[in-house]
Design a protein around this ligand. Sequence first.
Ligand SMILES: C=C(O[C@@H]1C=C(C(=O)O)C=C[C@H]1O)C(=O)O
Length: 471
Amino acid sequence: MDSARSTSSATLVSRTTAIDDPPFAAAFDALPSPRTTWSAPDDALVIGGGSAATLTASGPDRFAAIRTAAEELFSSGDVHAGTEAARPRVFGGFAFHEGACAGDPWSSFPEARFVLPSVQITVADNGSWLTVTAVGDDASAVTVEDRLERERKRLAELGDDRPEEGDRSPQPSRPSRPGIREQRRTTSREAWRGSVSAAIDRIRGGNLRKVVLAQALEADLEADFPRAATIERLAAKYPDCHRYCFEPDDGSSVFFGATPERLVSLRGRTVETDALAGTTGRGETPAEDEWLAEELLDDEKNVHEHELVAETVREQLEPYAASVSAGARRVRRLATVQHLHTPITAELNADRHVLELVEALHPTPAVGGLPPERALETIHETEPFDRGWYAAPVGWIDAAGNGAFAVAIRSAVASRRRATLFAGVGIVADSDPDREWDEIQLKYRPILDELETETRTDGAGTDETGRDDGK
Ligand SMILES: C=C(O[C@@H]1C=C(C(=O)O)C=C[C@H]1O)C(=O)O
C-alpha cells in the first residue's frame, strides 16, 4: 500500500547564527543520528544531525506523497535563516523502484525518506552557519534560541581543539582506511556474460533499445568503517561531484557516495540537468588521457548509448518547458573514468515543484534503459540483489519547491564492518560482456579506494580483478 507519513504537525521554528569554520570530522561525529551530508560544486556543504521532521513514503506515488508532505511541513514557519544557504531544507532520497529496499543492506531505508535536520551546519561561500530547527506544537522561538546557543558553545569547544597557526605539536590523524578482509560478488563472470548476452538478444529482437545492468560487491572490513574520514576524503578527491551521505533513523549504517551525475536542479523556472553516459578509462599520461577522450568522442557504440540518454532527457523535459537547450557533447574526466557528458538546461513554462521533474526524469536511460518499462523488467529479471537507493534520486527540497537532485551512483552502504558497493553499465546491441565487466570494476574504484588500506594510483582495476576474477 502507498503511504506518506510525516512526523510534523504544526509550526516550524528555525534560527541560524554565524560560526567559525567547524572541523568537519569532529562536527560530524558530535551530531546525533540520523546524520546527512550534502555538498556539490555549486552548493554549500551541509552537515545535518537529528530530525525536526521526517517525511517517508512508499509505493509508486512516493514522489507525490513526499511533495505533499514537504509542502505541508513548510506551509507555516517562523524562520530567521540569516543567509539563503541556511534556509530550512529537507534532505533525502528515493528507492530506485518500488520494493527495492526489501532486503539487506536496505532494510532500514524507506522507499522515500527526507529529513529536516534539527541541527545543521552550513559551510557556504559567505561563511559558516549553525541552524537549529524544531517542528510541532511545543516548538517555540525561546526553546529554539536556547538550543542554538547551547549547540553553538558545544561546537566552539570542538573548534578549540584545532591547532593554532604555526602549532607544530603532533595532531590526531584521520582514521585510516579500514582495509578489506574478504570480498563477495553478487554476479560471477560467467553469470554476467550470460546476462549481458540475454540482454543483447532482447535488444536485437527489437524489444529493448538499452538496459543498464548493475552488480553489487560486498566487502567485509578489517576495522570499523570511518564515516567522517571517508566523506572528507571523497570530498577532497571528487570536488566536481555531488557528495552525499544519509543515515537511516537508527544510524546503524550509512548510504554514501560521490556521483558525477546530476539528475536535476530547479531554481525558480530554470532547470539544469546532465546527460552522462558512455565511458572509457583514464590513461597513464596526459597524452594517453587525451587519446582515450578523443576515441570516446568518436566511438559509435558509446555515442549511441549517450545519445539515447540525451534525447530522452530532452523529450522528458519538453512537456514542462518553454525552451530546452543542450550544450555540446564533451568528455567529463574523473579520477578513474571518463564519460561522455551533455549539459542540458530548460526554462519551465509554469511554476513547478522539483519533485515533478524528479519523477518525470527518473530513471533516465543512464541508469534504467529504453523503453523504461522493458528495461526495468529486464533489470528485475536479471539482477540478483536489491538496488535500494543505488542509482536513484538523492538531494534536497526547500519551501519554494526548488531543489537539487543527483543520481546516487559511485555509492555504497556501509555498516560497522561491512560495505556493499554498487556499479552498473549501459548495455546496447554491440556491447561486449568482458569490456562491460571491466567498466564495472573501474566504477567500483572511487569507493573501493576508500576501503582498501593501500591506495592504488594507476586506476586501472587490475589488482582487484586479478585477485578475484569473479568465478
Ligand atoms: C550506472 C552507472 O553509471 C552510469 C552508466 C554509464 C555508462 O554506462 O557509460 C556512465 C555513467 C552513468 O550514467 C554506475 O556508475 O553505476
